[in-house]
Design a protein around this ligand. Structure first.
Ligand SMILES: [Zn+2]
Ligand SMILES: [Zn+2]
Length: 876
């Protein structure tokens, strides 16, 4: 075996990353094989919005699954990671309508056709941004299978599912009170509404009885809706109001007369116990209105503007402006009894944070309960597993109280609802393509529903519609169900639950086995990243600064299941240094092996060779285990410490003498170890590992398909590890003594050791050279007693005692003075910390972690002082 080339002096990520990401794609290394007999591993990429620009949350969501899929591919699985983008109705509308607004236009002015033309053009031009960024991250997706939720095949699947559900009665149309965002000008599903506690007011309004001097007082947070009241309701057993039941009220500010009705649903404790009923503008009142056959008077339209029915005075006013006007009028009329402060939950649009408006209109709904039943079962039975498992609880809580899902949106960009209405007989026709004639009256006067489907409706089909399941494709047969879905907790309901329901219903099986829920990426102080805080970390900047591998490794190292990540640039700089460390170590290895013929002979293995093989094998086992359990942080931590501490800091140092002697076996072990390390590290740091690996003796075309190391028990040797540990401890102790006593690193020293056990004596004798080299020792002797008259520094490792001679090393007087100075300084520090701890106030007020830190600091100061005093004693 021969090593090829020498690495460049310094690692420069940019050209290396560009070279390999292109190479991997050009060589088709990520293309999955349908109908292969190999065991498979498959995932679908959570499709980013076409409007998307890579942010740090994406970077996490793409890096972690890439680690898994690269690892599985190297393990020999036939892997598919299927990419694509989501058409994202609302987000695209935001962009296009904003552009239009700059030209003083609205979408209504240019019309649906023109709008869609602009949207498609925009998509062609900008929709690829996030895809290119994904490639930059090294995400090993099969680009030959890229899909878009609005592509032709996908759109057909969406229509087909809609029609199937409609035929089964699981999709229906209803005149219903839904949530509408006046700003986005579309309705939203219940879970798209965020409820926030707001400081509001509770207004007490007097409603005069007709033909009487009496009043009923009602309390409301939204006085403007009184214009649409069609009743006042009281509890049937509320004695305060029994005399009013069945009486009529003259609704102020309108000329309408409304009844006082009785219903058990009325909460006697709220306000005055008498409530106004506005069926067209409140969900509770809507139900109450249906029950009592009340009229639905719409006074606020979908834009949040008062309608004709609000009355001459109020029509065309904005809803909040109208509130002020109504209050003013009531006050003048003496009908505003009082105003109280009142905290209550108010629904906001999840996209634009506008206060939503309950809105009565014709909408399409999915009847979810029958679908949810199965979706609950598969999680209960463990067919689908949430990681961390506590998310299953959240999932159940939501699934048990699930509401029907409003799926129509008053937007244009998206899957238009495949329903046509006959203008002559009101027949509704739901079909794949536009019907020519009404099925009932044969009229051709048909109009298609104006609305499009909720984007989440199409994304719920993502895992199987991307594989064209209806055609029973080889892809579908080979890769469905997928193995893993990795996503954020915020879309468990929006997306994960719905994929499970739809997958079971249409693809006949669960869409994925494992659902890994990742944490939020926060800043280093664990604060949420936000533009206003100015603490947003842009992954593209980080790639530019530290390289993609460093970013990926940082995210993996921080990904503890069930916890948010606290990201800092320092951390990334640290892993950039790690890249450099690997680069330099590899460079050293390759330089020493250039042109060499090496071969591992079992009988020629040194202790260090056997040790590194044994340690590496243990790491291989632990790393595989960690990845099986999606413990990214643990896997990253293990591989990091192995490479830095054991390989670079110990093995490379220990192997140097063997390299000088051109020991072919040690050369072989060195290159074998480097080769394995690169394989192990590859899923985390794909670029640098590929670059270095390509310089090793060739085996495969690319590291991406080189076999991932499997544990091999024959390499394990506990005895060797124990021996090595003793030697390491001795070396560390000598190094520590040197450092603590400020012995210049270049100064060679003399060492005596007292060792009792015979086998340990021979171990030390055998590895005298190693110890001497690594601890910078001139002469080393095993003795029964330390020499008399020498000024010695002493140390202990287990049952061994060791002594270093200070003769000729340090100026004793100066060193004494230095130690004394340092001791008095540290004593002062100790006093300060102690007095801080003693202050009872401090203890009771300070947060627990601060107290702990202070205690820790005191402990380390005391330790240091003891050591210094010991050194001082040794000198005298
Ligand atoms: Zn909105
Ligand atoms: Zn008809």
């Amino acid at each position: 075996m021969k090593a090829k080339l020498i690495l460049e002096k310094a690692y420069n990520p940019k050209p290396v990353e560009e070279k390999w990401s292109k190479f991997w794609i050009d060589e088709g290394l990520f293309i999955a094989q349908a109908s292969s007999q190999q065991k498979k591993f498959s995932m679908v990429l959570p499709p980013p919005n076409v409007t998307g620009i890579l942010h740090v949350g994406h970077a996490l969501c793409f890096t972690l699954p890439d680690i898994i899929v690269r690892w599985r591919r190297m393990q020999g699985y036939n892997t598919l990671w299927l990419p694509g983008t989501d058409h994202a109705s609302i987000a695209v509308h935001h962009v296009i309508e904003q552009n239009l607004a700059e030209k003083g236009l609205t979408r209504e002015q240019i019309g649906r056709e023109e709008f869609l033309k602009i949207a498609w053009e925009w998509k062609e031009k900008h929709g690829g941004i996030i895809i290119n960024q994904l490639k930059k991250l090294g995400a090993s997706l099969d680009w030959t299978r890229e899909r878009f939720t609005l592509d032709e095949g996908f759109s057909k699947s969406v229509r087909w599912v809609f029609i199937s559900l409609y035929k089964e009665g699981l999709i229906y149309r209803d005149y219903y009170l839904v949530n509408r965002c006046p700003r986005c000008r579309t309705v939203l599903s219940d879970i798209e509404v965020e409820h926030k506690e707001l400081k509001g007011k509770l207004y007490y309004i007097k409603y005069p009885l007709k033909e009487s001097e009496e009043f009923v007082v009602v309390a409301t947070t939204r006085p403007e809706t009184m214009l649409g009241d069609t009743a006042v309701a009281v509890h049937p057993e509320d004695g305060r109001y029994s005399k009013f039941q069945g009486k009529k009220i003259l609704l102020p500010l309108t000329n309408r007369v409304i009844p006082v009705i009785a219903d058990e649903k009325v909460e006697r404790e709220f306000g005055t116990g008498a409530v106004k009923v506005t069926p067209a503008h409140d969900p509770v009142d809507f139900e109450l209105g249906k029950k009592h056959n009340l009229e639905q008077v719409i006074v606020i339209d979908g834009r949040g503007v008062m309608t004709e029915d609000a009355g001459e005075e109020f029509r065309s006013l904005d809803r909040f402006e109208c509130r002020e006007r109504v209050l003013l009028k009531l006050k003048r009329m003496g009908l505003l009894k009082k105003i109280e402060d009142y905290r209550h939950a108010v629904g906001h649009c999840y996209r634009c944070k506008t206060i939503i408006e309950p809105h009565l209109s014709w909408q399409w709904f999915v009847k979810v309960a029958p679908l949810a039943k199965e979706a609950i079962r598969v999680v209960e039975e463990g067919k689908i597993r949430f990681i961390p498992s506590n998310w299953a609880k959240t999932y159940f809580e939501w699934m048990y109280k699930i509401h029907d899902w409003c799926i129509s949106r008053q937007l244009w960009w998206g899957h238009r609802i495949p329903a046509w209405y006959c203008q002559d007989c009101n027949e509704v026709i739901v079909d794949m393509e536009a019907p020519q004639k009404c099925l009932k009256c044969k009229s051709s006067n048909l109009v298609q529903d104006e609305d499009v489907l909720d984007t989440w409706f199409s994304s719920s089909l993502w895992p199987f519609a991307t594989m064209d399941w209806r055609e029973e494709t080889e892809d579908f047969k080979t890769f469905y169900p997928t193995d893993l879905m990795l996503t954020g907790f915020d879309i468990i309901f929006f997306w994960v639950a719905r994929m499970i329901m739809m997958g079971l219903k249409f693809a006949g099986d669960i869409p994925f086995q494992h659902v890994f829920i990742n944490g939020l990426v926060r800043d280093f102080k664990r604060r949420k990243m936000s533009k206003s805080e100015g603490n947003v970390i842009n992954p593209l900047d980080m790639i530019e600064k530290y390289g993609t591998d460093a970013l990926r490794f940082t995210l993996a190292a921080l990904a503890i299941p069930g916890m948010d990540l606290s990201l800092s640039e320092e951390r990334m700089a640290g892993y950039r240094a790690f890249s450099n460390k690997i680069w330099n170590a590899s460079r050293f290895v390759l330089m020493n092996l250039e042109g060499e013929d090496f071969e591992i002979k079992e009988e020629e293995l040194t202790l260090a060779d056997r040790w590194i093989r044994s340690r590496l094998d243990k790491m291989v086992e632990e790393l595989n285990e960690a990845l099986e359990g999606y413990k990214f942080y643990e896997a990253a931590d293990k591989v990091y410490h192995f490479i830095w501490d054991e390989f670079c800091d110990w093995y490379i140092e220990l192997v140097k003498p063997s390299l000088k002697e051109k020991n072919k076996t040690s050369q072989g072990v060195l290159v074998e170890t480097l080769d394995r390390i690169l394989r192990l590290l590859h899923p985390f740091m794909p670029f640098i590992t590929e670059e270095i690996w390509q310089h090793l003796p060739p085996s495969q075309k690319s590291l991406t398909i080189a076999p991932f190391p499997e544990p091999d028990k024959s390499l394990r040797n506990e005895e060797v590890e124990a021996e090595m540990e003793l030697l390491q401890k001795a070396i560390i102790e000598v190094r520590t003594i040197r450092a603590e006593n400020r012995i210049p690193p270049k100064k060679k020293i003399d060492l005596w050791m007292k060792v009792k056990k015979e086998e340990e004596k021979s171990l030390i004798k055998k590895h005298r050279i190693d110890i001497q080299t690594l601890a910078n020792i001139r002469s080393m002797e095993i003795v029964d007693a330390f020499p008399q008259g020498e000024r010695l520094l002493k140390g202990v490792v287990g049952s061994w005692e060791m002594a270093l001679s200070l003769e000729g090393i340090l100026d004793l007087e100066q060193e004494k003075k230095r130690l004394e100075r340092e001791i008095s300084k540290i004593s002062l520090d100790i006093e300060k910390v102690e007095s801080r701890l003693k202050k009872a106030k401090f203890l009771s007020r300070a947060p627990e972690n601060v107290v702990q830190e202070t205690k820790q600091r005191l402990k380390s100061l005391l330790n240091r002082k003891t050591k210094l005093e010991e050194s001082l004693r040794n000198l005298s």
